[in-house]
Design a protein around this ligand. Structure first.
Ligand code: SF4
Ligand code: SF4
Length: 206
């Protein structure tokens, strides 16, 4: 599949208007306040749009929220304070994307030969996932050796000792593809989390 994704560019505070322009044009911007303090600027994700790549850039930083300034050069955009211990993460995005000109790039990805996101993950089963499994007569996959209940109540798919999802076949296909959890079906190829998984598991820098 061909994925169209934003390029991440670096800006100093002096160039914040140029950062806003880059984001309005479809890119992602990191604006540095100091060597370690930065903000990530993306287009405001539409409510409920789980495929939005800006949302996934935020999630890759371990965050779930953003603020939307009402005025100034970043008005209407989503602004996230990058935690100081994540400065090297956004720096790595900038370095990776520096090889590509422009605001966005097309990327060819083949999930059927990848499966990097099916390893060393934490897939939480939501109520709708459990109901889907029930409808297909697969309710046992929400318990026993397939899933565990965390102390906080969440139901999480179990991994093998090697860290692979137990539903991942040797040929990298998902054995429960039609009934797979929303966390899997809503995971967008080309997101920061996807590219991170590919680098971690496959050693591929896209
Ligand atoms: S890591 Fe990305 S490319 Fe690989 S299977 Fe997951 S979504 Fe597809
Ligand atoms: S359920 Fe399927 S898609 Fe989801 S992590 Fe496991 S193997 Fe991958």
């Amino acid at each position: 599949m061909i994925v169209d994704r934003p390029l991440v560019r670096s800006f100093s505070l002096t160039w914040i208007a140029a950062a806003a322009e880059h984001v309005h044009a479809g890119g992602h911007a990191v604006v540095w306040r100091s060597k370690k303090r930065a903000i990530l600027v993306v287009r405001r994700p539409a409510p409920g749009d789980m495929l939005d790549l800006g949302r996934w850039a935020v999630l890759d930083l371990g965050l779930t929220r953003w603020r939307v300034p009402k005025g100034g050069p970043l008005a209407g955009l989503a602004v996230i304070a990058v935690p100081e211990d994540s400065a090297d993460i956004v720096q790595s995005w900038i370095e990776r994307d520096s090889a590509h000109p422009g605001v966005r790039r097309s990327l060819s990805l083949d999930c059927l030969t990848c499966a990097a996101c099916c390893v060393r993950n934490e897939v939480v089963l939501e109520r709708r996932d459990v109901q889907r499994l029930k409808r297909r007569g697969l309710e046992h996959l929400a318990r026993d050796s397939w899933a565990r209940r965390h102390t906080d109540g969440r139901i999480i798919l179990r991994l093998t000792k090697g860290g692979r999802c137990r539903h991942l076949a040797r040929d990298k296909k998902c054995r429960i593809y039609e009934a797979r959890p929303a966390a899997c079906s809503e995971f967008p190829p080309g997101s920061e989390c996807c590219l991170f998984a590919r680098e971690e598991e496959l050693g591929v820098v896209d």
